[in-house]
Design a protein around this ligand. Sequence first.
Ligand code: NAI
Length: 332
Amino acid sequence: MKIAFFNTKDYDRFYFTQENSRNEHSIRFIETHLNENTVHLITNETAVCVFINDCLNANVLTSLKSKGVKFIALRSAGFNHVDLATAKKLGLVVTRVPAYSPYAVAEHAVALLMTLNRKIHRAHNRVREGNFSLNNLLGFDIHGKTVGVIGTGKIGQIYSNIMLGFGCHVLAYDVKTNAECIAAGVDYVPLNELLSRSDIISLHCPLNDETHHLIDESAINLMKPTVTLINTSRGKLIDTKAVINALKAQKISLLGLDVYEEEEVLFFDDFSSSVIQDDVFARLLTFPNVLVTSHQAFFTQEALTQIAHVTLQNISEFEQNGVIQNGVDNFT
Ligand code: NAI
């Protein structure tokens, strides 16, 4: 199939070219994001491949349809950036990669926790400058702490197992329990109990109407002031302004974020020579006890290999057998 790949970086080009080594598909890599201003770049492609910060609103979908596009391959698990109702009305097939490497994300959540706790990022900068002081680098043992895991699906389960391996007591909250987590020693408790008892809280549930601003002022008020909060899931799970107020009032001890409410305009691009216009984000970066990475939890060799494989397989299945594999509709 002829595919226009939007929003591509070197690593996308490498892994997708490798996966398409037999030239099963004709791929045209485009650097820019897909949106209303760039949709005209499509020439004769029947498929587009896009990422989470591309815009697939009703106008873009209508333009895609009028240009002869039939297939939208999301190279992500998330699909909240697609107007699915319009896609369905227009008869556009939308597929995704439901799971690529849950280990990548769970391990990154642990990396954020460990880096923040032992202040590795600060220590690294100090040592490079010849400053070998230990002042303000004091951490705590993870062993023996109570860890609250919100969402015990694929990623939350792996994260729970890692924390159990550290010798933690793991509490969990989910709308449905996971029998394997219970067998491993995880205790399910109501959300408020998890919030009030946990030393470390890690978010692994999806963003939906119920979970939007799950961590707001009232949730923070239930937490211990010594809490470490980690979010590798979706930015809008956290009310960022409430979290900033809590950081100022020293009601949150450590905050690790791989996702941010308004990340679409910032993440994945280099703004190191620009002035950041988002004052809320800029304020977050001023706290010494906050660590932010730019949605890189998924970013491992294994995950990129799997993303390329499943994305192209989804397209091949449709082209060769008319089968919609990993169709987004199946998951809504
Ligand atoms: P999953 O679908 O396997 O698990 C999600 C779990 O959340 C399920 O057990 C579900 O029952 C639970 N859940 C749903 N609604 C809930 C609620 N209201 N309260 C508590 N739990 C609820 O998903 P998976 O693969 O574990 O991914 C989790 C999240 O991780 C994704 O939704 C995505 O937002 C995020 N993610 C982040 C990445 C990154 O690079 N930072 C990469 C991939 C996923």
